[in-house]
Design a protein around this ligand. Structure first.
Ligand code: GRF
Length: 216
């Protein structure tokens, strides 16, 4: 069983998808703590409702990023977390922190990376006139929204779409692929080779995913 900490800043719908997945008895991970930098994050309420310990590490109360991240590390140790899922966590993590947790941090991003890193992804996708958009679960590297891709899901852009409804459609896909990606990792199905994640064929999800084929 993989002990996971989920880091959030806001509404926590991806956190909810992970909570729901972990409720299934054969899911290979469990959430040991939800940490938020924002005391008002609705995700904290979701964690409490699910009986998961919560911790607020408010970046505003720290002198610099290093001491903020050291405080997060203390919480991770306290709850014996072995893995981190970023789920709408809106602080950039320093390279020192990321390297301490090398290959043990996942992030979900609402675009088909490496396109449209950063914020307002669907607005920019529409402006660029792309025909497909989607979401990506990747292993975190110090550079923002970079790192080995584990799963992606794509959908066709409808000419009638606006940023708001496109974001809602992409969010539905996020809620499918984040628990799937964490499951793959927790089952030992993912290895990293250079800047690519390799997924073992035997562990690759067969149902309900619009995603890449296994690489090995
Ligand atoms: C999601 O769109 C996620 O891809 C991005 O931030 C948003 C968080 O939403 N990283 P939620 O808090 O999980 O509802």
């Amino acid at each position: 069983m993989l002990n996971v900490a989920v880091l959030i800043s806001g509404r926590g719908s991806n956190l909810q998808s992970l909570i729901d997945a972990c409720a299934s008895p054969d899911y290979p991970a469990r959430i040991v703590v939800v940490i938020s930098n924002n005391p008002d994050a609705y995700g904290l309420e979701r964690a409490r409702l699910a009986g998961i310990p919560t911790s607020i590490v408010n970046h505003r109360e720290f002198e610099d990023r290093i001491s903020f991240e050291n405080a997060i590390d203390d919480e991770l140790k306290k709850y014996k977390a072995k893995f981190i899922c970023l789920a709408g966590f809106m602080r950039i993590l320093d390279a020192r922190f990321v390297n301490r947790w090398k290959d043990r941090i996942l992030n979900i991003h609402p675009s088909l990376l490496p396109s449209f890193k950063g914020l307002h992804t669907q607005e920019r996708a529409l402006e660029a006139g792309v025909r497909f958009t989607g979401c990506t679960v990747h292993i975190v590297r110090p550079e923002m929204d970079e790192g080995p891709i584990i799963l992606q899901a794509a959908l066709a852009v409808d000419p009638e779409d606006n940023a708001e409804n496109l974001s809602a459609k992409v969010l539905e896909l996020e809620h499918i692929i984040y628990p799937e990606a964490l499951k793959l990792v927790a089952m030992g199905g993912v290895s990293v080779s250079g800047n690519k994640a390799i997924i073992k064929k035997a562990t690759y999800p067969t149902e309900g995913l619009i995603s890449p084929k296994p690489l090995s």
